[in-house]
Write a protein that binds this ligand. Structure first.
Ligand code: NAP
Length: 505
């Protein structure tokens, strides 16, 4: 059974960068699926904006191609079983959706095109979301011209994507720039990890069950691991990535947000500010990592050539311009949270490109049973582990010890109570953007980052980066297709723990 889908109020979604990669791969397909499921009704419109000289018809063709690619590419099924680009029902629903699409040519750095945009949007204070699917250097210019053209009203909202700054100073500047024209409660900073089904489920597991919360502390949890592993390389984003590296691209936002959801105190309610207040407290409680301890607590890596699933791939330096770089494509961190609940419980964070598998998961390792009543040889008792898998195969596994069924006396086995969402709920898995795009329209900011959260995250990250620079910290090479440099194994094994890599254990 799936939850009931409630239509949202009529809106205008104005996508700056409507012809870009993010719009093509994520935003247009996501809005289409919500439309097919009956959540987008009435005269809701989607307006693409970019510099390209295109007619409305050209933009609809662009969107149509984007949908075909997305439907066929993912072999996705809409909830009501339209199955592919040739499907008649899909074609007719696509045509219905395309009627909602408009296009206006605007170079956001010039005055041209804005009057046409204002004219299309009209004078009514409709619910309006401006999605900035453009580089962050354009955010200020767009906010300013939206303001000078009278396009920011009470019911207007602004959606921005990472990267939100390069460090604390630039993040503050960016927040100040958009904050000049939009109130904080009109700004939605997307971290799409927060829209993932299993991340949502972490909230449900923790706060809709009485089972886990009494155990959710340093008395019962040995440590937590958060892994976001990618098997892809920099994939044509080399220019951006090489200036950023794994810590800015992944840890400052996605990994720290996941850490917050695991570690935060129960919020008073599920409303946006209650949740974000608790996440902020976690970020502010992170033990600082500085030049004095950065070498013990972090590992930087960069991939060399190797093979991913048997296919040879080149190394990082061959993927970027110039062939020389000390940017990390892998980082592992032992983080600690200095508060009553978590004192002494390490949070091991690890992310990298060109790793053995494409997998994101949170693994919560409980402390072992305090005493073994079973004779030696029956089994080695393994600790309980709760594994929340974000991708692929979203689901939750609770590892427990049981008696091996059948005759032959008492033998014990470590098995997983397995809740794979794909098997349990037969619906198509919903892309995080689908939920987030409509949350903006609903005015629900729970899954978006507040300004103080983003800045607190940078405040913890900046000293790590400056510590690396100050110490000229070594960058360890690793072979593409492995789990990263051996130094990252040493980082966790120093404390007699191991990374969770075996899905069957
Ligand atoms: P992209 O493919 O380069 O697209 C950029 C878009 O901005 C294009 O539509 C471009 O169209 C438009 N544009 C550029 N300059 C403009 C100007 N002066 N006036 C009006 N439109 C302009 O970039 P992207 O990959 O979609 O990424 C967009 C933003 O989302 C970036 O900040 C990126 O970091 C972030 N992001 C992207 C992804 C992703 O999966 N792609 C994921 C997370 C975050 P014209 O050239 O025709 O103007």
């Amino acid at each position: 059974m799936t939850s009931k889908l409630i239509p949202v109020d009529e809106f205008d979604y104005v996508v700056f960068g409507g012809t870009g990669d993010l719009a093509r791969r994520k935003l247009i397909p996501s809005l289409f699926h919500r439309c097919v499921d009956g959540q987008i009704l009435g005269n809701s419109r989607i307006v693409g904006v970019s510099r390209a000289a295109m007619s409305g018809e050209d933009f609809r063709q662009f969107a149509s191609d984007a949908l075909d690619r997305s439907i066929v590419g993912n072999n996705a099924k809409t909830s009501d079983q339209t199955s592919g680009a040739d499907d008649e029902e899909y074609q007719s629903r696509k045509q219905e959706f395309l009627k909602r699409l408009h296009y206006i040519q605007v170079d956001v750095l010039s005055d041209a095109g804005w009057p046409q945009l204002a004219q299309l949007l009209g004078n009514e204070d409709r619910l309006r979301a401006y999605y900035l699917a453009v580089g962050p250097s354009l955010f200020g210019a767009i906010a300013e011209r939206l303001h000078s053209n009278g396009l920011i009203r009470e019911h207007s909202r602004l959606v921005i994507e990472k990267p939100i700054g390069h460090d604390l100073v630039s993040a503050r500047e960016l927040n100040q720039t958009v904050g000049r024209y939009f109130d904080e409660n009109q700004i939605y900073r997307i971290d799409h990890y927060l829209g993932k089904e299993t991340v949502q489920n972490l909230m449900a597991l923790r706060f809709a069950n009485a089972l886990y919360e009494p155990l959710w502390n340093s008395a019962h949890i040995d440590h937590v691991q958060i892994t976001v592993a990618e098997s892809i390389g920099v994939e044509g984003r080399g220019g951006y990535y090489d200036k950023s590296g794994a810590i800015r691209d992944m840890v400052q936002n996605h990994l720290l947000q996941l850490l917050c959801l695991v570690a935060m105190e129960p919020p008073a309610s599920n409303d946006a500010d209650s949740v974000r207040d608790e996440k902020l407290k976690v970020l502010r409680s992170l033990e600082p990592i500085t030049a004095s301890n950065v070498e013990q607590l972090t590992v930087r890596g960069q991939y060399g050539s190797g093979a991913i699933h048997g296919q040879p791939v080149v190394g990082y330096l061959d993927e970027i311009e110039g062939g020389e770089s000390s940017t990390e494509s892998f980082v592992a961190i032992k983080a600690e949270i200095a508060n009553w609940r978590w004192a002494g419980v390490p949070f091991y964070l690890r992310t990298g490109k060109r790793l053995a598998e494409q997998v994101s998961e949170i693994s919560i390792q409980f402390k072992p049973a305090p005493h073994n009543i079973f004779p030696e040889g029956v089994a080695q008792l393994k600790a309980n582990r709760l594994v929340i898998r974000l991708q692929p195969d979203e689901g939750v596994k609770q590892w427990i010890m049981i008696k091996d069924p059948g005759p032959g006396g008492m033998r014990l086995r470590h098995i997983a109570l397995d809740m794979s969402f794909a098997e349990e709920f037969e619906a198509r898995s919903i892309d995080a953007y689908e939920r987030l795009l409509l949350d903006v329209i609903r005015g629900n900011a729970t899954l978006f980052m507040r300004r103080d959260e983003v800045e607190a995250a940078w405040k913890w990250i900046d000293p790590i980066i400056s510590g690396w620079e100050e110490n000229n910290q070594k960058i360890h090479k690793y072979t593409a297709g492995t789990w990263g440099p051996t130094a990252s194994i040493a980082l966790i094994e120093r404390n007699h723990r191991t990374w969770h890599e075996d899905v069957d254990n």
